[in-house]
Structures are given as structure tokens and as C-alpha cells.
Design a protein around this ligand. Sequence first.
Ligand SMILES: CC(C)c1onc(-c2c(Cl)cccc2Cl)c1COc1ccc2cc(-c3cccc(C(=O)O)c3)sc2c1
Length: 218
Amino acid sequence: PPPNCSREQRALIQAILKAYERHQIPHDVAKKLLHDQYSVEENFLLLTEMATNQVQVLVEFTKNIPGFLSLDHEDQIALLKGSAVEAMFLRSAQVFSSKTPAGHTEVLEDRIRKSGISEEFIIPMFNFYKSIGGLHMNPEEQALLTAITILTPDRPYVKDQSKLCTLHHPHEPQYFARLLGRLTELRSLNHYHTEIISSWRVSDHKFTPLLCEIWDVQ
Ligand SMILES: CC(C)c1onc(-c2c(Cl)cccc2Cl)c1COc1ccc2cc(-c3cccc(C(=O)O)c3)sc2c1
């Protein structure tokens, strides 16, 4: 944490970092990326399993963000629903920017490229992955950026936005300016993702109940 950080802010950053590092996709699930068959169908099924696991991990991480559980219950749901796709772009981006164990990067890229997503969406997606990779974020920044993405109050269905802004944000504008700039890029990916989901639906692809609930599909 930056030197001019108060003791309380430092404790908050540590709590968020600990929650982030504690809640990760289990290795045996992530490893499947390396071993499972390669076909458009297999890739889609595997990515569906990864996304489902990721939503579960995200919920656990979010519940451990100090103050989150004191929010209005409906707002907690609204924040998770509104930020899930962005948080998963961030997480999968971290896999591309040299997340261990090695080998996931190429494999994940290959499976995403061959999962039935049309090229028009692949281009902005991988541009985003490159731009996130270029930031070389450390785990603290990754954890904080994910927490900021989830706690962004202007989600649809969120009622008392003022309460959310009182949640401490370690204010380092000059430090996070670039990171926060990526959040606008992240927002644009939301729109692409809605298109991607509906194009999979058109070709009769099934999602898991958790993804259907969080993405309001089926
Ligand atoms: C339903 C499914 C077909 C789908 O629909 N849209 C998307 C999507 C795609 Cl394509 C791109 C971005 C966002 C979304 Cl949401 C997806 C797949 O989403 C995911 C979501 C999270 C993760 C985490 C991973 C990962 C790997 C190794 C290691 C780790 C790790 O954290 O250790 C994480 S892979 C992965 C795939």
C-alpha cells in the first residue's frame, strides 16, 4: 500500500487482498483447461464450468469485503449481478497477464477463440486483455480493482447509492487513475457480452442455473 495510507486504510487493503487470495478457482478445476478435449462444444462447456466456478468464488470474495454484508440485501444482489461479467473479465485477464500455473494462458486464449464467439467480439475482448496485461498489476491492485468494480454503485437496480460511497476506497487518484480508466473499457465489454450470450442462446447453448440467475437468461 502507498506510504501516505492511514492505518485503517492499510488494514482495509490487507483484508481485501486476503479475501482475494483466499477465494480462487480450485486448481483441479483450472487444470481442466489444459487437459479437456478441444472442440467448440467442449470449449464452451469448459468455459461454462469456469464461469460458474468463478461466480461462486466472486460471491465469497465479495462477502469478505469489509462493509459489504452491512449493505441492504437487495443491493448486495444487485451489485453482484451488475458486476459479475466485468469481474470475470478482470479475473480471466489476470490469467493472461502471466498468472501461474504456466500454460493456462495459451490454452485459455485458444479455448475462448474457439468457443463459438464471433470475431467481432473477440477483437475488443483480446484488446482489453492486452491493455490489462500492460498494467502489470500486482495482487493488491488486482484485488482492489475487482472490489471497486463490484462496489460500483451505479449498477441497475441499486437503491441507496450514497451508502455505498461511504465504503472506504483507498483514495490514490493518481495511482488508480489508469486502473480506473480500464473500468470504462470494462463497461463497454458488458455490452459485447450481452450480444455473445444471446448468440450462444440462438444456437441453443445451455448455461448453468447460477449463470442463468446472475445473467437473467432462460
Ligand atoms: C458461460 C461461459 C461460456 C462464458 O460466457 N462468457 C464468458 C466470459 C468470457 Cl469468454 C470472457 C470474459 C468473461 C466472461 Cl464471463 C465465459 C467464460 O467465462 C470465464 C470467466 C472466468 C474465468 C476464469 C478463468 C480462470 C482460468 C484459469 C485460472 C483461473 C484462476 O483464477 O486461477 C481462472 S477461465 C474463465 C472463463
